[in-house]
Design a protein around this ligand. Structure first.
Ligand SMILES: [Zn+2]
Length: 211
């Protein structure tokens, strides 16, 4: 999931107007910012299939730190404490909650590969919406558009819709399989995820900054 995480960010930005939008944008992205770093340093693993660009062909073989509910949320508490100290206690709490929301939304799309605790013989969950890629493409878009229209200030609706649509279309190959072959290696996929999240955060923060 990509743009869906930012829909939750917009909701949290509306609910907590005193928390800087940038804190919340980083919060909902935190697991997917940590994940590429852990992939590139070999602490977590992923496999991609050269024969399919679809998200259900990605093997999230091990990501107990970035994508477990308990361990991942504890790790998010480290920047959360720094944010609580330097920004405000509320901002720290909202950052950690935003990071946990990432895991909850990922449960909807991922296959049964998301660890709960992040330790040993762990329970793994996932409802597997990605097994229905066209449906997943439409549902994530509807969710993003619906929340954006309902939650963001009227002046920002059009730019944020344009931003989300642009990134969803960039992502479309992983839902609709235009290329048949996968253009990414595992490491390339991790780098693309990192750059994609950072770019989206930067542009969205800039749009909110012009409020
Ligand atoms: Zn994720």
């Amino acid at each position: 999931m990509f743009i869906g995480h930012f829909a939750v960010a917009y909701l949290l930005i509306a609910l907590f107007p005193t928390v800087p939008p940038l804190v919340i944008l980083f919060g909902v992205s935190f697991p997917d910012l940590l994940w590429p770093v852990l992939i590139l340093t070999g602490r977590e693993t992923v496999t991609v299939s050269p024969d399919s660009p679809l998200q259900n062909a990605i093997g999230f073989t091990s990501y107990p730190y970035s994508h477990s509910l308990v361990t991942g949320t504890l790790i998010a508490a480290i920047p959360g404490l720094a944010i609580a100290y330097f920004v405000s206690p509320l901002a720290g709490v909202v950052f950690v909650a935003a990071s946990a929301s990432h895991w909850l939304l990922d449960v909807v799309t991922h296959r049964k590969d998301l660890p709960v605790l992040g330790t040993g013989n762990d329970t793994k969950v996932g409802l597997g919406l990605w097994n229905y890629p066209r449906r997943a493409f439409v549902i994530e878009l509807i969710f993003y558009v619906g929340v954006t229209v309902l939650a963001v200030p009227p002046a920002l609706v059009v730019p944020l819709l344009a931003l989300g649509l642009a990134f969803h279309l960039i992502n479309a190959n992983s839902f609709l399989g235009f290329s048949k072959k996968n253009p990414f290696t595992a490491r390339g996929y991790a780098v693309a995820a990192l750059l994609g999240f950072l770019a989206f955060i930067g542009i969205a923060a800039w749009i909110f900054g012009g409020m």
